[in-house]
Write a protein that binds this ligand. Structure first.
Ligand SMILES: Cc1cc2nc3c(=O)[nH]c(=O)nc-3n(C[C@H](O)[C@H](O)[C@H](O)COP(=O)(O)OP(=O)(O)OC[C@H]3O[C@@H](n4cnc5c(N)ncnc54)[C@H](O)[C@@H]3O)c2cc1C
Length: 478
């Protein structure tokens, strides 16, 4: 047996259980050198946002603990760093799990080919997806652009069940490498403490992810199909940041969900939940086959859309001060927790692009910076979907009405009252339209519109008309 290490490069797979690269390395019996590289140099525009950096700090800390303190962290260009580590340790083998963001694919290809020239064995594995993009294509060899056939025909009907998850290996021999960089040296934490409420919200790391999954399967899966629309209900898993950072594998989620569905007779809810995991696969598939997804409209006619440029409106949206309670509640949930419920993401997204007529890039960037689950594939695909310019997009004329959406999906106002305490005393009837409240009730509730809570920044009817006219103009010119 050789004493040189196998390097395992952790990236978006910050876990030990069902981590194919790590498990394969452990099985060789050679000493394992686990590394993480914060590679802002190659990330370019897609350097992690502030909330993701915050999550990453805690995730690396947790991973390092599970690796008995053997994780070595680095900051800089991955290619140079890996080459230096190989020189220092004389390693001849490098394992990693594949990533699907265009900048990572380009970088990894370059690293693989230069190491091959140096006779270093590089092996990559699938650790992040159920069905990898190169394997899911239409019969004519082109990529799917519509979710339902992608999921039904491309994924389910192939009858290739995702492999069962692998257990965490035990008794691993680690390679001791000197490296002075500590996780804290990566400077991922905020210098001003905006993370206080976020810290209370999450248990970051692999153990937290497993706990979240079992809590959801035991308490949230029952009624998921309907309950997932109601932001105040505990019917969503909140697994998205764990999935993004790879603290849990989708295979684990898939098989645990299947077992629960059968055991508890929850086929309908379970199938629906798995189809949402399918949406994640679809987004990754789109990003892989259409690498311009984060910046370019998939439907080219939207290149001529007459977007507005109202910075004040953008600021009001970002800070939850639009005067539309369900929109403001969502934007404040995002700021306070780093997360926003999917139904509300759709409402605030529609409001930004179809009532404020602001480019979807503004929404995408704000989410990129503030979401703990900011994910290039899911975020870009979802914003394109909301804006109507995506592959399988919501039709442009579908404009979410924030008043009726709030009344329908936050019926008793629990969600709005939680995030907008200044209007919490309003009776249900006025909670989604405070400007319609009679003056004596406003006085009684201690609310002065325009002062303690904003008046609506835009007229829903007028702005909807403007949006539809703008859409008509690009339709006519295309
Ligand atoms: C404008 C907009 C931006 C979004 N940006 C992101 C993002 O940056 N990162 C992100 O992970 N999701 C994003 N989503 C998708 C979705 O809102 C989140 O995945 C979901 O709310 C996460 O909560 P959950 O884990 O409780 O979801 P659950 O309902 O419990 O779903 C389980 C998992 O399925 C996946 N999933 C669910 N819905 C979707 C969807 N519509 N598209 C793709 N995958 C989905 C997620 O991985 C999620 O964790 C966005 C949606 C919109 C409308």
């Amino acid at each position: 047996m050789t004493n040189t290490p196998i390097i395992v490069w952790f990236r978006q797979d910050l876990r030990l259980r069902d981590n194919p690269a790590f498990i394969a390395a452990a099985e060789t019996g050679q000493p394992v050198l686990p590394i993480y590289i914060l590679d802002d140099e190659n990330a370019g525009d897609w350097k992690m946002g502030a909330a993701s950096q915050w999550w990453l700090h805690h995730s690396l800390t947790s991973l390092n603990k599970n690796l008995d303190g053997n994780l070595r962290v680095y900051h800089g260009d991955a290619s140079t760093i890996i080459s230096d580590i190989i020189t220092e340790t004389k390693a001849t083998t490098l394992y990693w799990n594949r990533c699907y963001e265009p900048w990572r694919i380009a970088r990894d290809k370059g690293i693989k080919s230069s190491l091959k020239d140096k006779h270093i064995h590089v092996q990559s594995f699938n650790g992040s997806l159920l069905f990898e993009p190169h394997a899911v294509l239409k019969e004519d060899g082109t990529p799917y652009k519509v979710f339902t056939p992608f999921y039904r025909k491309g994924c389910l009907e192939r009858n290739v069940e995702p492999p069962k998850p692998q257990d965490t290996p035990d008794a691993i021999e680690y390679y001791y490498a000197t490296n002075k960089t500590q996780i804290s040296d990566l400077k991922l934490l905020p210098t001003i403490p905006w993370d206080t409420t976020m810290r209370e919200e999450w248990t970051i790391g692999e153990d937290g992810a497993q706990k979240r999954l079992s809590e959801f399967l035991n308490n949230g899966l029952n009624n998921y199909k309907e309950g997932r629309n109601h932001p105040a209900q505990d019917n969503v898993s909140r697994l998205s940041p764990y999935l993004h950072f790879g603290e849990i594998s989708p295979r684990d989620i898939w098989h645990e969900t299947k077992a629960t569905m059968v055991a508890q007779g929850l086929e309908k809810d379970g199938d629906h939940f798995l189809s949402e995991i399918g949406w994640r696969e679809f987004s990754n598939n789109l990003l892989y086959h259409f690498p311009d997804l984060p910046r370019e409209n998939l439907q080219k006619k939207f290149d001529y859309f007459p977007w507005c440029d109202d910075q004040e409106a953008l600021k009001a949206w970002q800070t939850g001060q639009t005067g539309y309670p369900i929109v403001d509640a969502g934007m404040r949930e995002l700021w306070q927790t780093g997360y926003m419920h999917n139904r509300v993401r759709m409402i605030v997204g529609s409001f930004l692009v179809k009532n404020l007529l602001l480019h979807w890039h503004h929404g995408e960037s704000w989410f990129w910076d503030t979401l703990v689950d900011a994910d290039l594939a899911n975020n870009s695909a979802s914003w394109q979907w909301i804006a109507g310019c995506g592959a399988d997009a919501a039709p442009y004329f579908r404009v979410f009405n924030p008043i009726t959406q709030g009344q329908k999906f936050d019926k008793d106002g629990t969600y709005i009252r939680k995030y907008i305490p200044e209007i919490a005393a309003l009776p249900e009837k006025y909670l989604n339209c405070p400007w319609e409240t009679p003056q004596d009730i406003l006085n009684h509730c201690g609310i002065t519109l325009g002062k303690t809570y904003p008046n609506p920044i835009v007229d829903l009817k007028v702005s909807r008309e403007q949006a539809l006219n703008a859409f008509q103009s690009i339709k006519e010119n295309s």
